[in-house]
Design a protein around this ligand. Structure first.
Ligand code: ADP
Ligand code: MG
Length: 297
């Protein structure tokens, strides 16, 4: 594993607000690292610090790729402060300005490449102010992708977009991720993090309250909902059984979490062998949403 970014004990205080409070995390090459938290939880502040836009009060961070000041050498593309596009210039002219600022040499090819990536090639001659909100956001992504940075930093990339716009932006992010890029994405939308990211750090009031791989988080709690006519007897039996870690009776259902090493089929077999005929057997994954809500409650 190659470490790309290491953040240690970051603290940022505004007046009496701890915007970021003792935050530590590590991002590895190829991660799509989600920073998930409600509004005001410190996401933008964190991204601003690691981009050198805001200075932390204490703690430190280190970019490992190309140590000679990665922030200046175009390895990172960030979408934290929206680029100021000129409303009456075409997309291509707007991108030329960004490309010149970035010091890109093969400007024509690069602009063609990124316009195709974000599916705006056909619109290259349109004026910026004729674009839909979704197109504007895609153009912002195109600007960020100029120079093909290895690391992308995205702050709420789908904010304000309609479902189609959201899907388009997510598709672009995922296609960049497939090229092996490392992406850090802040969002208050759980669904976004769940669909796009490989890792998540959940922030609340500037503090890291949970960090996990997305698939671990999605797999941690498998709940099996069962029912039968003699529900009380089944519940008593399960409570004493070795396959059941936790059983909750909810009206005429029992919600079961299995002990490690057991699979849902074992529960079905157990009930059958004890003489219970199940009238319901449903395996549910406790969604990241449930876990997120439990955490931030
Ligand atoms: P998020 O991006 O998760 O919505 P922010 O990082 O923007 O959260 O903000 C975290 C906290 O810090 C909030 O309480 C916010 O009001 C405060 N904050 C952010 N920037 C400033 C600033 N420049 N001056 C004062 N307070 C700020
Ligand atoms: Mg923010």
């Amino acid at each position: 594993m190659e470490i790309i970014l290491k953040v240690e004990n970051l603290i940022k205080i505004y007046g009496n607000i701890h915007a970021v409070n003792d935050l530590s995390f590590t991002v590895q090459k190829g991660d799509i690292f989600g920073i998930l938290g409600p509004n005001g939880s410190g996401k933008t502040t964190t991204l601003s610090i690691i981009l050198g836009i805001v200075k932390q009060n204490s703690g430190n961070f280190k970019w490992f790729k190309n140590e000679s000041n990665v922030l200046n050498n175009k390895k990172i593309g960030s979408l934290i402060e929206q680029p100021n596009f000129y409303p009456y210039l075409s997309l291509i002219d707007n991108l030329k300005i960004v490309a010149e600022i970035k010091g890109i040499s093969n400007i024509k090819e690069e602009i063609d490449r990124v316009l195709k990536l974000v599916n705006l090639f056909e619109r290259q001659k349109s004026k910026f102010n004729t674009l839909s909100l979704g197109m504007k956001q895609r153009l912002a992504l195109a600007a960020l992708l100029l120079g093909d940075p290895e690391i992308l930093i995205l702050d709420e990339p789908t904010n304000g977009l309609d479902p189609k716009g959201i899907a388009e932006v997510r598709a672009i992010i995922l296609s960049e991720a497939k090229k092996g890029k490392t992406i850090i994405l802040a969002s208050h939308i759980l669904d976004e993090v769940e669909k796009v990211c490989t890792h998540v750090a959940i922030l609340q009031k500037g503090e890291l309250i949970k960090q996990a791989k997305i698939d671990e988080m999605l797999n941690t709690k498998e709940v099996i909902v069962i029912s039968c006519d003699e529900i009380n007897a089944l519940f008593d039996s399960l409570s004493e059984s070795e396959i059941c870690k936790k059983a909750d009776k909810k009206e005429n259902e029992i919600h079961v979490i299995l002990e490690n090493g057991f699979v849902p089929k074992d529960l079905n077999k157990y009930a059958f062998e004890k003489g219970f005929i199940l009238t319901k057997f449903e395996v549910k994954k406790d969604s990241l949403e449930d876990q997120f809500l439990q955490i931030i409650d």
